[in-house]
Design a protein around this ligand. Sequence first.
Ligand code: FES
Length: 160
Amino acid sequence: MNPYNPKIVDHFINPRNVGEIPNADGVGTVGHPSCGDIVRFYIKIESLNGQEVISQATFKTFGCTTAIATSSIATELIKGKPVKEALLLKNEDVAKALGGLPAIKMHCSVLAEDAFRAAIADYYKKSGKEQLLEEVKQQSQIHEEKELLSRNSSKGGKNK
Ligand code: FES
């Protein structure tokens, strides 16, 4: 039996918002320590009615089916949201938006959550708002980019 519902399959086959944003305001790359999958998010921020809003969100994923689907839906969830609201989103919201994930694949949604948090953290750093970083880190499970990239390059790629 296929453990993936049609929405997951749709976001895997036709991922939304794939690619880079030139001159992104924030870029965040994270990876999962156990599987080595990597997700990178790009965000663009605009000021709207006195609020900082995520006007664009894109991603690139080197990972499994669910990492691609969760990244794709996460870009849709955060796009158009004030940054502060996006920070309230959890991986469970990402999984729910896809109609649920097999238990063994819940960690893939954590990767998507961490990636957009990392992009927001990068935006805060670049825009001199370091005092807000604590807010991002509070719920985050961000993993070190460097550690990840070295782990992956030592594997010499992967097949899934
Ligand atoms: S198997 Fe690792 S992110 Fe999906």
